[in-house]
Design a protein around this ligand. Structure first.
Ligand code: COI
Length: 356
């Protein structure tokens, strides 16, 4: 699908001067909302065809109060990052994986799929038009948020007659306020994130609304986030609200297998592949909550969190603590192997990065 760029889209040659003129503290980027310059918008009507798509000035979307997304949560999203390299190239990380995951989510929620090529071209255009917002090398990344929503009006429960594909971006640093320091989790004993046959395995907007209550109450008690157990037996690990989980024991690494209730993280997949090339034995299987008791290290993975070492986990009445406050050898090794590829600091032996 060809992309049209509005005539007023500037071609931005970004100098350090331009970047430093932005009202932004590059050394202290967290993971917060920042208005940037442009967003990409494309619409698909009941004929199932996407229009040409265009970059528009970042701003509010107009939606009917009857829109499918507002009433019945018909919406999915993706999370991606663009990094600026030391030699001023811009790298995306495995964008095709995000495109494919959005296709599977669209299918689950009865929405038209965005073709892989259209998705990737739209991401590239959005990043380029917001180039001045990409943090300097080593200071963070430009977080990319593709959204696919039912924007057409409905009243009875049915798929919306019109869909909107939007991409916006924001400069980000660390997701957890701890930065690279270990996070502290609490195993959730009451609520569940997803049930078998539900939508836990795709990135629906509703999956994230439903974890806010537990996340907030955990934060009030001083934890960084919540670790969910399976909804059937409350015995096996699922994931954290915003990321996947891994346990390390010697040269073995275990992570919950994908069975429809866990988000198939692209960082999760990449860490499994990287760990195998680094000589670890990786098991994707049912991981019993009690295995947390003898793990050497525990860490979380996600696009936003990258790799977050876990310092402690509250399991029922027990506080489990991990060696070196969680900043273990394996977490560190995997973090540096992954981020050096993402940031273009090491040879991309896995062929994961895509230069814009
Ligand atoms: C991501 O890691 O990109 C996500 O979409 C998780 C979100 C809660 C920030």
């Amino acid at each position: 699908t060809p992309l049209s760029v509005r005539a007023d889209t500037p071609s931005v040659a970004v100098s350090n001067e331009v970047r430093s003129s932005l009202d932004i503290d590059w050394d202290n980027l967290g993971f917060g909302y920042h208005k940037t310059d442009f967003m990409y918008v494309s619409k698909c009507g009941s004929d199932g065809k996407w229009d040409e798509g265009e970059l528009q000035p970042f701003g509010a979307l107009q939606l009917s109060p009857s829109a499918g997304i507002l009433n019945y949560g018909q919406g999915i999203f993706e999370g991606m990052k663009a990094y600026r390299t030391e030699d001023d190239r811009i790298l995306l990380f495995r964008p095709e994986e995000n495109a494919l995951r959005m296709i599977s989510g669209a299918d689950r929620l009865c929405m038209p799929t965005v073709p892989v090529n259209m998705f990737i071209q739209a991401v590239k255009q959005t990043v380029l038009s917001n180039e001045r917002w990409i943090p300097p090398s080593g200071k963070g990344s430009l977080y990319i948020r593709p959204l696919l929503i039912g924007s057409g009006a409905v009243l009875g429960l049915a798929p919306a007659p019109e869909y909107t594909f939007v991409i916006f971006v924001a400069p980000v640093g660390n997701y957890f306020k701890e930065g690279l320091a270990p996070i502290h989790l609490k195993v959730e004993n009451t609520y569940h994130r997803a049930a078998p046959g539900g939508t836990g395995g795709v990135k629906t907007v509703g999956n994230y609304a439903s974890v806010l209550k537990t996340q907030l109450s955990a934060k009030k008690s001083g934890f960084s986030d919540v670790l969910y157990l399976d909804a059937v037996e409350s015995k096996y690990l699922e994931e954290v609200s915003s990321c996947n989980i891994f346990l390390v024991k010697g040269k073995k690494i275990a992570t919950p297998h994908l069975k429809g209730t866990i988000l198939p993280g692209i960082t999760r997949k990449s860490i499994i592949e990287l760990a195998q090339t680094l000589g670890y034995e990786v098991e994707e299987r049912a991981v019993c909550v009690d295995e947390l008791r003898d793990a050497d290290e525990v860490f979380c993975t996600g696009t936003a969190v990258v790799i977050s070492p876990v310092g402690s986990i509250m399991l029922h009445e027990d506080r489990l603590e991990y060696a070196n406050e969680g900043l273990g050898k394996v977490s560190k090794e995997l973090y540096s192997a992954l981020t050096s590829i993402q940031m273009g600091q090491s040879a991309d032996i896995m062929k994961w990065t895509v230069e814009i």
